[in-house]
Ligand binder design. Structure first.
Ligand SMILES: O=C(O)C(=O)C[C@@H](O)[C@H](O)[C@H](O)COP(=O)(O)O
Ligand SMILES: [Zn+2]
Length: 359
């Protein structure tokens, strides 16, 4: 698959056994020289050795740096560790930072690549389902601020994305489900065939049957690639990928990035977006029913456990879609379609959040 970002196009490799071929593939793509691999201890224990071996055998000068596992570490002090490793390793402008991990590693290493020496090459090797279908594609790289999610970042495209489906076998159930939330999102915002597949084949998907996984991952990647190709810097259409994220990010930040996985927060955010759409009369109650049905099928959360609604609303002010001080929410008239509204009354948002369990 090819992804076009303004003047550049980069390849996305999707298949099995790609980690062991990483060095050869990067050579074929024209990369040379030093590679700094950024990973975390959990992923590193499984895959660092195989990737380092593959790179060294292909003639790359490889160094590594490890960041603790978890969204709470997607922050500036951990980013400094990557810069320090880049300095120690004497990375040059055409050196590469390779992100080996899930969304946290991809976003943090990506931001390091965007900023070190004003930009070195970036290779994304996503090892979580969420990173494979979402965060490794499209060039959004960032770290969190305690006030808000992804507040410090950039748009910076990778040179190559390598998504090895075999790594999904070692993913724990919670991580797997958080990735499914972003795939469900794609079904709800635009790919009705994917939505139908997820509803009809939930057993095969939950069992991680390879054909079912390939079908949903390839569809989600293709949809995202098409949207970001059209609107790399989120001037318009790309905002649809933020469905469920305004409330989802508020939940993550309000709970210190320690309670919800990103996909869990987005699942709750999508349930809320559907309920707000119904309350506003944009959609019939069928939208909420169908949204809750698919999220429940994959055991994703749809309620908010006692978090103050006013505080969540205050957090939403940090959303990057805010324009002239106005909140812009991605809502939906029906499954497979979305629209952006900037005039949703705050009282209506608060009422929906409280109905979902917020205090
Ligand atoms: O790629 C995008 O654009 C998205 O909005 C995809 C989201 O799933 C992803 O979580 C993204 O990082 C959120 O971006 P942000 O700009 O709201 O921080
Ligand atoms: Zn997301």
């Amino acid at each position: 698959m090819e992804i076009k970002a303004e003047t550049e196009t980069y390849p996305l490799y999707l298949g099995s056994g790609l980690l062991a071929r990483a060095g050869a593939i990067l050579r074929e793509e024209g990369l040379t020289g030093k590679v700094l691999v950024v990973t975390n201890p959990t992923v590193g224990a499984f895959y660092l050795a195989v990737v380092v071996k593959a790179l060294a055998e292909a003639g790359f000068d490889v160094q590594t740096v490890t960041i603790p596992d978890g969204e709470v570490y997607k922050r500036l002090d951990q980013l400094t560790k990557v810069y320090d490793a880049a300095v120690v390793g004497c990375l040059e402008r055409d050196s590469t930072i390779l992100a080996l991990g899930g969304g946290v590693i991809g976003d943090l290493a990506g931001f390091a690549a965007a900023t070190y020496l004003r930009g070195v090459r970036l290779v994304q090797v996503p090892t979580s389902l969420l990173a494979q279908v979402d965060s490794s594609i499209g060039g959004k790289v960032a770290v969190n601020h305690r006030e808000g999610k992804n507040l410090i970042g950039s748009f910076y495209q990778p040179s190559v994305v390598l998504s090895d489906l075999e790594v999904l076998t070692t993913l724990n159930e919670r991580e797997f489900k958080t990735g499914l939330a972003e795939i469900i999102k794609v079904g709800l915002i635009g790919d009705c065939t994917l939505d139908a597949f997820l509803r009809q084949h939930s057993t095969a998907v939950r069992r991680r049957e390879p054909e079912a996984l390939l079908e949903i991952i390839a569809r989600a990647c293709a949809f995202k690639a098409q949207v970001v190709t059209e609107d790399v810097r989120e001037k318009g259409r790309r905002a649809i990928l933020n469905y469920g994220h305004t409330i989802g990010h508020a939940l993550e930040a309000e709970t210190g990035y320690t309670v919800y996985r990103h996909g869990e927060a987005v699942a709750i955010g999508m349930a809320a977006a559907a309920a707000i759409s119904v309350e506003l009369g944009l959609a019939t109650p069928e939208l909420s029913r169908a949204t809750l049905e698919v999220l429940t099928l994959y055991e994703l959360p749809t309620t908010i456990a006692g978090i103050p609604a006013e505080q969540l609303l205050a957090r939403m002010a940090w959303d990057k879609k805010v324009k002239n001080g106005r909140l812009r929410l991605v809502l939906s008239p029906r499954v497979g379609d979305v629209l952006v509204k900037d005039d949703v009354p705050p009282e209506l948002i608060l009422a929906v959040l409280r109905r979902m369990g917020a205090a």
